[in-house]
Write a protein that binds this ligand. Structure first.
Ligand code: HEM
Length: 469
């Protein structure tokens, strides 16, 4: 994904393949030698976390599909009935796949918030951002179709409500709905086509992720300082520095995921979905999975169906973010106004999540709260972002990433250096004592004070570089 590589494998078999298909060179230039900004923080590990979660979902999903039959009736063939009694692997996958989807939605929102906060959508990364939005939309579509597969009450009624939204489209609406259903109501043909698409889409997502990472390697990674790398001093090789950091982030996320799976696998699910689908009984509240709640709150707060659907489609204004936010300087931790605005944008969408949740019926105060929060959500993208780019006063940016790192680690290193000098003073005293003491069979003289200072300063520099890397 990066430029041509000068990597030459030493193993004869690898050499033979490399001459015919330079795949090892591609991997080497993209994931080993690739120059990464040296000041990336842990927010930059979420791309790796998402890649791992996507792989996990595809793997467990394929295993689950080996035990699944897309049939509305009889009930025992549906996804909800797959348990450890069917097969241990299938049962584990039946718990793992939905949990992975819920946790990776959290990771994707964090990943997007990071992009919004650090301005990673700005030139030259617009295509990278738009590909991210396409991934997000595909993830939402895949998640929706996956939720229908257990064929519980919430699956059936969720599918009925969401597919019915298409009927709001003038002229073609009804035909689109009939096409989606494969008949005149949600039934077996609907389940069949949703299963087929649900199996297909994760591979499409994986393909778009490859384009996403390709675009990232062409434009280069953004970083917290908001300045592009200029010299070699600003970057470190991807392996081992970024690889180790990513592995650490992935391990921490896996711990959280394990806790979620083992202690609360159903926490973000709906109990009603354990009731077999019944077209004759409507549940008290029809509520989607947590990651759709902001869109659901927007939909509920608008009385007109077409307007609600229109706002929901617009409710994802992220593709327009590169055009809406015309900052002179790439935002980041230097812009406190920007920090407040991006946090208010995400808190209004989280609050929409609250307003759309199951325990808040669409009446009284919840409708008013939903409307106010919907306004805040749109105001963030359509008013705050464009306005901020006009009123903000950019703060000075560092000359280079290396300068930024040194400015930060310099302040940390100063007390360490003085401690080292004090220690060196002590070292000199110890040296004098050693000189007086008779030697006991040692052929090495104790280190001089200068050596102690030099060694300690070297250690401090290495520690500073490691913390920067
Ligand atoms: C399955 C979903 C996704 C995967 C596997 C994925 C993967 C990655 C990876 C590996 C990186 C580089 C490492 C990093 O910066 O964390 C990255 C960067 C990025 N992603 Fe994603 N991504 C996904 C979804 C998204 C979405 C939904 C968006 C936005 C709408 C997005 C926007 C970005 C941006 C702007 C960057 C560049 C960050 C920077 O350099 O500052 N990604 N992505």
């Amino acid at each position: 994904m990066s430029g041509p590589s000068d990597y030459q494998p030493t193993n004869p078999a690898l050499k033979w393949i490399e001459r015919r298909l330079p795949i090892f060179g591609l991997v080497h230039s993209s994931f080993v030698a690739y120059p990464t900004p040296r000041n990336l923080n842990y927010w930059w590990t979420f791309g790796a976390i998402l890649s791992m979660m996507l792989g996990l979902q595809i793997l467990t999903g394929v295993i689950l599909a080996m035990h699944y039959t897309p049939r509305c009736r009889p009930w025992p063939s549906s996804r909800s009935s797959i348990s450890c009694a069917t097969s241990i692997t299938a049962g584990c996958c039946a718990i793992c796949t939905p949990a992975a989807r819920r946790c990776s939605s959290l990771a994707v929102y964090i990943h997007m918030f990071r992009g919004l906060y650090y301005g990673s959508y700005k030139e030259p990364r617009e295509v990278l951002w738009i590909l991210g939005v396409i991934i997000y939309l595909l993830m939402m579509a895949t998640g929706f179709m996956g939720y229908v597969l257990p064929w519980g009450q919430m699956s059936f009624w969720g599918a009925t409500v969401i597919t019915n939204l298409f009927s709001a489209i003038p002229y073609f609406g009804e035909s689109i709905v009939t096409l989606l259903w494969g008949g005149y109501s949600v039934g077996n043909p609907t389940l069949n086509r949703f299963f087929s698409l649900h199996y297909l889409l994760p591979f499409v997502i994986a393909g778009v992720v490859v384009l996403h990472v390709w675009a990232l390697h062409v434009a280069g990674q953004n970083n917290p300082a908001g300045v592009e790398p200029k010299t070699e001093k600003d970057t470190v090789p991807f392996t081992p520095y970024a690889t180790i950091k990513d592995l650490f982030g992935v391990s921490c996320f896996l711990l959280f995921f394990a806790w979620f799976i083992f202690y609360m696998p159903n926490y973000l699910g709906d109990a009603d979905n354990y009731i077999p689908a019944n077209p004759g009984v409507t549940p008290a509240h029809i509520v989607p999975e947590w990651y759709y709640l902001p869109f659901y709150a927007i939909l509920r707060s608008i009385p007109n169906k077409l307007a609600g659907v229109g706002r929901d489609v617009l409710g994802d204004p992220d593709p327009g973010v590169p055009a809406l936010a015309r900052y002179r300087q790439r935002p980041g931790r230097r812009n406190i106004v920007r920090w407040r605005s991006s946090s208010s944008g995400s808190s209004s969408s989280s609050a929409c999540c609250w307003a759309g949740s199951a325990r808040k019926p669409p009446e009284g105060i919840y409708v008013i709260a939903g409307r106010i929060l919907t306004f805040c959500y749109f105001a963030y993208f359509l008013i705050v972002l464009p306005l901020l780019s006009r009123i903000e006063k950019p703060r000075p940016v560092p000359n280079s990433i290396a300068d930024d790192v040194l400015a930060k680690t310099g302040s940390k290193a100063a007390p360490m250096v003085s401690t080292v000098i004090a220690l060196a003073g002590r070292g000199r005293a110890v040296r004098r004592q050693h000189a007086k003491r008779p030697r006991r069979g040692s052929w090495k003289s104790p280190p001089s004070a200068e050596m102690v200072v030099r060694r300690s300063v070297r250690q401090v520099t290495i520690a500073a570089r490691c913390s920067a890397g």
